[in-house]
Design a protein around this ligand. Structure first.
Ligand SMILES: [Zn+2]
Length: 98
């Protein structure tokens, strides 16, 4: 899968506004339970966000590599906006390379 297709598939996922299935909710709860004690702050997310987006554009499994960040982005709209902006920038620079 090319980086561009990968980003497109992420975009499509974000666009979807379907209610979460029980399975997805259960998955979130499991993650929450696991990381409850080591919550990330927005500040920590901002410092690692570029690394996160680069990994994602590379097609790496960020939900496994950086699960705390992934989880924070799912819940924090401030960081999510920042993430989307960064993704756009990195997407543009990787398009030049392709
Ligand atoms: Zn945040």
């Amino acid at each position: 899968m090319s980086a561009r297709n990968f980003i497109q598939s992420i975009r499509d996922n974000f666009k979807r506004k379907e209610p979460l299935s029980d399975e997805v909710v259960e998955g979130f709860l499991r993650v929450l339970e696991k990381v409850r004690t080591e919550d990330v702050t927005c500040e920590e997310v901002f410092t690692q966000l570029d690394e996160y987006v680069e990994k994602e554009v590379d097609g790496k499994d960020t939900s496994r590599l950086m699960p705390l960040l992934r989880e924070h982005l799912d819940m924090c709209s401030d960081c999510f906006d920042e993430y989307k902006a960064l993704l756009k920038v990195i997407e543009k620079s990787s398009e030049k390379k392709l």
